[in-house]
Design a protein around this ligand. Structure first.
Ligand SMILES: [Zn+2]
Length: 270
């Protein structure tokens, strides 16, 4: 089955991973900007990272017939450095016209601090000014519920934000309902260590239905499995879900969400 991974950090993955994804049916990926595992020291470091996301990765993906799209921001962890964050936000428009950029992300909260919230709101202003879609990172584990609530309040507190153009990622059983009820899209992250297993994701699909719901691997430099979406496909088949129902979650939904960006020039496989 063809599928799309709407949240995967391919800069951290090998070329062999691209080949494996292609063999498993992956035809497109979207890669949000993210923490590199260390705090970067200057705006030029981010400029080079954005060149990697807009020039190098699309070329690497294309060798395996995978279309690569990306989102730009400074992540919540580095948002503690407010002056660097402001320099990065001011530099992002240099890249917004690159052909594979489809929005601002993954922005959000990490430890739910005041500085993180300040920079989150400044990213929202950037997205509104340039009519960009938004991809949201919600915090891990014990900070998730409160952080998700704070994020939803900030999004809903701004009438200029269209919920249908916002994807809230890393939802779990205790946050998915609030995200979907407010009209946002929700992403379930399949992760071997924290976050959600294929079985838990299948339970959430059964409980909430496929509307505005998608799944991702968030494959990155930590313990993660870039082929987690095929694992979910297998779990859903095992439970007797139809091919059409599975395809909606792993292929049609991400395409429908991304297609709201004028830049999303996806060509379906022949
Ligand atoms: Zn991520």
């Amino acid at each position: 089955m063809y599928y799309v991974d709407p949240h995967i950090h391919m800069v951290s993955r090998t070329t062999d991973d691209y080949e494996t994804l292609a063999k498993m049916g992956c035809v497109a990926v979207s890669e949000p900007a993210f923490w590199a595992g260390f705090d970067r020291g200057s705006v030029d470091s981010f400029r080079d990272y954005f060149r990697q996301l807009t020039e190098t990765e699309p070329r690497r993906a294309a060798q395996y017939g995978i279309q690569h799209f990306t989102w730009l921001c400074i992540n919540a962890k580095e948002a503690e450095n407010v002056s660097l964050s402001r320099d990065v936000i001011a530099m992002i428009p240099e890249f917004l016209d690159a052909p594979n950029v489809i929005g601002i992300g993954e922005i959000g909260l990490n430890k739910n601090t005041k500085n993180e919230a300040t920079i989150f709101l400044e990213h929202l202003e950037l997205a509104i000014k340039y009519q960009q879609q938004i991809l949201i990172h919600t915090p891990h584990l014990e900070d998730k519920h409160q952080g998700t609530r704070m994020i939803l309040d900030m999004l809903q507190g701004d009438a200029r934000i269209e919920p249908g153009r916002v994807l809230v990622d890393h939802v779990e059983e205790h946050t998915i309902g609030a995200v979907l009820d407010a009209g946002f899209w929700a992403g379930m992250t399949l992760y071997p260590v924290t976050k959600c297993t294929p079985a838990r994701a299948a339970d959430m699909i059964e409980k909430y239905g496929p509307e505005r719901l998608m799944a991702n691997s968030a494959g990155d430099w930590g313990p993660s499995k870039p082929t987690a979406i095929p694992d979910l496909v297998l779990e859903l088949r095992r439970r007797g879900h139809s091919e059409a129902a599975i395809r909606r979650v792993v292929y049609e939904n991400p395409l429908k969400f991304f297609a709201q960006s004028k830049k999303f020039n996806f060509s379906p496989p022949e």
